[in-house]
Design a binder for this molecule. Structure first.
Ligand code: ZN
Length: 180
């Protein structure tokens, strides 16, 4: 595709999918100007809007308690007493059914990373901390954001507590953690 045809093509596709022309040019410049053979894989920009319902299944109560009651729930194995958060309907060690138990929402950072590249929902927050947090009274770790004024202060072993967002809509991002 020659340069002029490419620019026309980019303009038309940008309008069609509702993004800036420059984005299409940037994403396809090299590909579209080097692909010449009729059998070369041909890629075009597109967008997908999907309306869907996602079922939390056996973990539903965990999300419902956060949404409606600002409570963090785990599950406890009826046989070995291990406590899971994120909750599990059955113990992975004994295969026994578990029972719901309320947690305090405090814990420690087991491991963390600093995120510099994010999806569009979080692009304004970079850089930020994502951590595996072992909540007090549990035997597993939950993955969540730790919001800090100074991310350089993040460390393994740091004590954190859950924060419930003012506007919650039944997603794991309804909560985050902060230093205590
Ligand atoms: Zn068990």
């Amino acid at each position: 595709m020659d340069k002029r045809t490419f620019l026309t093509w980019a303009d038309r596709n940008a309008r069609r999918i509702g993004v800036k022309k420059e984005l299409v040019i940037k994403a396809f410049e090299k590909d579209m100007t080097t692909q010449t053979g009729a059998d070369t894989p041909f890629e075009i920009p597109d967008t997908m809007h999907v309306n869907m319902r996602y079922s939390y299944g056996g973990q539903s109560r965990f999300f419902r308690e956060i949404l409606e009651n600002k409570r963090i729930m785990g599950t406890r194995c009826n046989q070995c007493d291990k406590v899971f958060c994120p909750p599990r309907a059955h113990c992975p060690h004994c295969y026994e059914k578990t029972a719901w138990t309320e947690l305090k929402g405090t814990g420690r950072v087991l491991s963390y990373t600093t995120v510099y590249f994010a999806t569009s929902s979080y692009i304004k927050q970079v850089p930020y901390i994502v951590a595996y947090i072992k909540l007090d009274g549990t035997d597993t770790a939950i993955l969540s954001n730790v919001e800090m004024k100074d991310i350089k202060r993040a460390r393994v072993g740091m004590q954190v507590k859950v924060v419930f967002r003012g506007q919650r809509d039944g997603r794991i991002t309804d909560i985050y953690f902060k230093e205590t």
